[in-house]
Design a protein. Sequence first.
Length: 86
Amino acid sequence: MVIPVFRGSKGEDPEVFLREYKQACIGMGLRTATEWLNFLPKFLEGMTSLWFERQTEELKGSWVDITKALVKEFFVKNVYKNLNLN
């Protein structure tokens, strides 16, 4: 199973990425939120990687909090891009 990469590009859905990422992790035997958190930065590229680096250690330490923040940040931006650039 291949773990997807998320770049935050136009048309990418962060909720789909996170669902596929979590399923791929589970398929590879990574079953805890701590394991998912440890590997997440390796599958963020470009602007999403830079965004992740700027987050607090507290936020990065919670699977629920960091995934909510990721969705909020990149879903809203992509919706705005889609509305204005199509």
